[in-house]
Design a protein around this ligand. Structure first.
Ligand SMILES: Cc1cc2nc3c(=O)[nH]c(=O)nc-3n(C[C@H](O)[C@H](O)[C@H](O)COP(=O)(O)OP(=O)(O)OC[C@H]3O[C@@H](n4cnc5c(N)ncnc54)[C@H](O)[C@@H]3O)c2cc1C
Ligand SMILES: NC(=O)c1ccc[n+]([C@@H]2O[C@H](COP(=O)([O-])OP(=O)(O)OC[C@H]3O[C@@H](n4cnc5c(N)ncnc54)[C@H](O)[C@@H]3O)[C@@H](O)[C@H]2O)c1
Length: 477
């Protein structure tokens, strides 16, 4: 019996998570085996069915929307979007990135790549396409896939999910979106801007239900103005024929028609084909059981990325990979900690969130103060027509503001909020206080000046009659 080749590390899955482990480990001089199902799936969801195609589509949809809106300034715009041209643009963008995310590229670098579905055959061995490989350490980075909906009658319907929507060969006149999470709202708005009449059916009271309702209410109003219809706290009952769905909302039954359905109702982990029990890896409620160091019940096997069952973002996968790399190489182990995590929903306007949420602050009994700024009087918001914008900031509660309270978390809705909020994320992760923002000079009229204005408003509250009296005394000396 030939011996299985031995690797310092075997990484199962070549998506955001797997690549963030395999590439640095190779650079550090370790013998790495990277596995994915096929060459075409290298890059994972982010490149193939997620971030890259969705952000490219959102870019195209914004161009179309802005062109249509130039009519109010006298331009004449007519015509319908040609979906083959839209997908050509999207595929081109993916192919640019694919040039450095494929098996030949990694093999040229010196990383060994095995293609096929991986499964454990022992505690430290993996089989791929009939070949067995042994790893000193093994990282499971197999990601997640769209949850399938078991709705009666769905088999007669043209339905899509994130794995098929980026190849839809027609622009639906009416698109029904099931799920008002980030995929549903980002893609719902993109299709609406391309020309579809979009209805979003969501089973919670607010879209993007992980965000603050104060913020998502603003987003919902913007999307309503663009022509998107919402059915909130609604339950999809059944598809009554190939283009009609029965929905229950507020104890009423509605009948909605559509040409196509986009299912964006959450995720399931890719763990079934791994034969985890063969390696002594336990699962719990559909998740792989891990400790705070992302280590499974088999101490040589770790998880990273969506499959870890934590936050599902490309940059969360990257953060988890950084923790694993640290723990592989340093005796000072770091646990997974989401306290500085941030994310952006790329709707227009964007919703950007970082640090502790209101709920986390309350749950952790952290003394905090909530600051809030509406952008109605911000000059940049006025000239660029986004006075609906809003920033919420959570800062440490201190008796005196000159104690320089730290920024604990926050959330913003505005065009480019994901960029505007970056300095707040830096302040939060670097443990900086509000003075850093207050003392900064913002070129006029930069949009990010709202980050100072919110602090300025707080400082104004300190101008009590006593403080004013002191100021007058000082002035008159
Ligand atoms: C439409 C959409 C838009 C998104 N937009 C954003 C965004 O803007 N920003 C953001 O941060 N995140 C976004 N995400 C989330 C992001 O794509 C994921 O969090 C990220 O791709 C997870 O990376 P991963 O490596 O954990 O998993 P994946 O990218 O899913 O990679 C897992 C890999 O493992 C392989 N695999 C699975 N099982 C096996 C097996 N048994 N053997 C061999 N290989 C296997 C798969 O083929 C796949 O290539 C989006 C997701 C979607 C669906
Ligand atoms: N910009 C970004 O960073 C970005 C963009 C897209 C996706 N993502 C990631 O991908 C993950 C998956 O996105 P998603 O939107 O599919 O999942 P999600 O779980 O975040 O949201 C899906 C929503 O659909 C609702 N839902 C579930 N079943 C339903 C039903 N039968 N009828 C009506 N509503 C239903 C759920 O309550 C949930 O709020 C996200 O959690 C996020 O981590 C990130």
């Amino acid at each position: 019996m030939p011996q299985s080749p031995l690797y310092d590390i075997i990484v199962i899955g070549a998506g955001s998570a797997g690549l963030s482990i395999a590439l640095p480990m190779h650079e550090f001089g370790f013998k790495v085996l990277l596995i994915d199902k096929s060459d075409h799936q290298i890059g994972g969801d982010c490149l193939n069915d997620g971030c890259v195609p969705s952000k490219s589509l959102i870019h195209v949809a914004r161009q179309v929307y802005q062109a249509n809106h130039s009519q109010e300034f006298g331009m004449n715009i007519s015509g319908k979007v040609d979906m083959s041209k839209v997908w050509k643009y999207v595929k081109e963008r993916q192919n640019i990135i694919r040039k450095h995310e494929n098996a030949a590229f990694f093999r040229n670098m010196g990383i060994e790549v095995a293609l096929g579905t991986a499964s454990f055959v022992s505690a430290d061995e993996i089989e791929v396409s009939g070949q067995v490989y042994k790893g000193k350490k093994i990282v499971i980075a197999t990601g997640s896939r769209p949850k399938k909906l078991q709705i009666p009658g769905i088999e007669q319907v043209k339905w899509y999910d994130n794995q098929s929507i980026f190849a839809i060969d027609f622009l639906p006149d009416k698109l029904l979106v099931i799920g008002g999470g980030p995929i549903g709202v980002e893609l719902g708005q993109a299709f609406s801007r391309l020309g579809s009449q979009v209805s979003i059916v969501h089973n919670k009271a607010h879209i993007l239900d992980k965000e603050e309702p104060e913020i998502t209410t603003i987003l919902q109003e913007r999307l309503l103005k663009e022509g998107i219809t919402f059915h909130l706290q609604a339950e999809v009952l059944s598809f009554t024929n190939s283009n009609t769905v029965a929905v229950r909302q507020d104890d009423k039954q509605l009948s909605l028609t559509f040409d196509a359905v986009l299912v964006a109702a959450g995720r399931e982990l890719n763990i079934e084909s791994l034969q985890l029990s063969t390696a002594g890896i336990e699962t719990e409620n559909g998740n792989i059981k891990v400790n705070k160091y992302l280590q499974t019940t088999n101490k040589h096997v770790f998880v990273c990325g969506d499959v870890a069952g934590n936050l599902k973002f490309s940059h969360a996968a990257e953060q988890q990979a950084t923790i694993l790399l640290n723990n592989f190489l340093s005796p000072l182990k770091k646990p997974l900690d989401n306290k500085h995590m941030s994310w952006v929903t790329f709707t227009d306007p964007e919703v950007a969130t970082f640090g502790y949420s209101l709920k986390e602050l309350k749950d952790k009994k952290i003394a905090f103060e909530k600051l809030s700024l509406d952008f109605d009087e911000d000059d940049r918001a006025v000239v660029e027509d986004y006075q609906y914008g809003k920033l919420i900031l959570y800062i440490e509660q201190k008796k005196l503001l000159n104690q320089n309270p730290k920024i604990l978390g926050g959330t913003m809705i505005a065009p480019n909020a994901g960029e505007l909020i970056q300095e707040l994320i830096l302040a939060n992760s670097a443990g900086m206080g509000i003075e850093a923002l207050f003392n900064k000079i913002y070129p006029y009229p930069t949009a990010s000046a709202v980050n100072k204005r919110i602090i300025l408003n707080k400082k104004r509250e300190q101008l009590t009659p006593f403080v004013k009296k002191v100021l007058h005394t000082l002035y008159n000396i």
